[in-house]
Design a protein around this ligand. Structure first.
Ligand code: NZQ
Ligand code: ZN
Length: 384
């Protein structure tokens, strides 16, 4: 196990009725900006609960943060926040709203061009504190330090990580997720699954705690994921998914172990160029990456096959192949297609995606930094 220092400062309020806690989480004299997306929080009653909790606060609103939030739109919120001297942000929504709000928090007092926060990982000065009410379990953004923002003009979808943007608090009330369309619930399960895989499916070493924790989360998503499609208002199922997606990317399982974020990096380019939902890009790339890297990852793939899928019979090669096809079938069983061609992409799109990876410096991905542009190209071709 490698050395690590782990500190996750986000306070989590989990369970029904917990939206009321934001009244005491946000200072009474704060000037609050509530940020949200296309309006789902108005329809499902979440916004009403938030406004009730904040009835004694000074509150303004910024709506319209889109899935895969854009820099251009977020800068409107930055200008509003500067004008109105906002000193607390409350994101109410899914990963896009929370990511967008992290960027707004970082940009308000940033001196210079805020795009460099993403393009160069520029150092941050004063960051406006923020909390959130999560309505879509998927990204883990509610209690991590990451944010992904797209520049519409140039189709750059870039991430930044900074401990200063950890949310102060996150409210996870599973009842807010009852209204999710099946496709978004499925996206959430697949995104969380792939987050775990990218911190797990690398090399076999002595990280027993991280491995068993990751395997437990994967098994949980496999058993509970399909239930969420059939029983969207089952509190226990929704709770399990919400907590699993949080644990998948709150930093814990990734401590002290190698990572391989190639699936995400390749997936981001597919979203930037073709507008495919984030989780769907991962469902396309991961099975193909597992196949392409099967020799390098053989030991961990065998462990995954045995412990997560209970595959005990057959040669090593057969067990690995079965684990890959079970992974693909799991995504498909969630209603998520796993081929580029399912989304209308062809051979001709691949060189353009590879060029984007090159432009973004994604030329040496994976735990051994050997997923070169050539390998990424192969992964994409095999995903057609
Ligand atoms: O905009 P509204 O009307 O709220 O509708 C949203 C949106 O259309 C809807 N939705 C959310 N909660 C709902 C709901 N509809 C009904 N009932 C509810 N309770 O769902 C749609 C998708 O929302 P979005 O926030 O875009 O989805 P998600 O949470 O999957 O976030 C995806 C974004 O997060 C980034 C992705 O790249 C993508 O931009 N990621 C962020 C990460 C991080 N910060 O650590 C890691 C991830 O890997 C990921 O890259
Ligand atoms: Zn993701």
């Amino acid at each position: 196990m490698n050395n690590f220092t782990f500190h996750n400062p986000t306070r989590i309020h989990f369970g029904k009725g917990q939206i009321a806690t934001i009244a005491s989480e946000i200072p009474a004299d704060a000037r609050v900006l509530i940020t949200y997306g296309g309006g789902s929080i108005k329809k499902n009653g979440t916004l009403d609960q938030v406004l009730k909790a904040l009835e004694n606060h000074t509150v303004q609103m910024f709506g319209g943060i889109e899935p895969n939030p854009t820099y251009e739109n977020l800068m409107q919120a930055v200008e509003l926040a500067r004008r109105e001297k906002i000193d607390f942000l409350l994101a109410v929504g899914g990963g896009s709203v929370i990511d967008g709000t992290k960027f707004i928090a970082a940009a308000i007092h940033f001196e210079g061009d805020p795009w460099t926060i993403l393009s160069e990982g520029a150092e941050l000065g004063k960051v406006v504190p923020a909390g959130n009410v999560l309505t879509l379990p998927a990204t883990g953004s509610e209690s991590n330090s990451g944010s992904v923002v797209t520049r519409r003009e140039t189709r750059d979808k870039l991430a930044f990580l900074n401990p200063l943007v950890y949310p102060r608090f996150a409210v996870l009330d599973p009842e807010t997720t009852y209204s999710l369309p099946a496709g978004q619930s499925a996206n959430g399960v697949v995104d969380a699954f792939v987050h775990i895989m990218e911190q797990y499916l690398t090399v076999r070493d002595s990280a027993y705690v991280q491995d068993r924790y990751a395997e437990g989360l994967l098994s949980t998503l496999i058993s509970e994921g399909p239930k969420v499609l059939k029983q969207p208002e089952d509190y226990q199922v929704r709770s399990t998914i919400m907590w699993a997606a949080n644990q998948a990317l709150n930093g814990l399982i990734g401590q002290g172990v190698p990572h391989d974020w190639a699936t995400h990096m390749i997936g981001h380019e597919i979203t930037a160029l073709h507008g495919v939902d984030h989780a769907r890009t991962l469902a396309i790339v991961l099975p193909s990456l597992m196949e392409e890297m099967r020799e390098q990852k053989a030991e961990k793939l065998l462990q995954y096959a045995a412990r997560v899928w209970d595959i005990q019979q057959g040669s090593e090669g057969e067990r690995i192949s079965l684990a890959i096809s079970k992974t693909r079938n799991f995504f498909e069983s969630m209603g998520i297609k796993t081929r580029l061609s399912d989304y209308g992409m062809t051979q001709q799109d691949i060189p353009i995606l590879v060029d984007q990876l090159e432009r973004h410096g994604m030329t040496a991905l994976g735990e051994k930094k050997n997923i070169t542009l050539e390998v990424s190209g192969k992964i994409l071709r095999n995903a057609l």
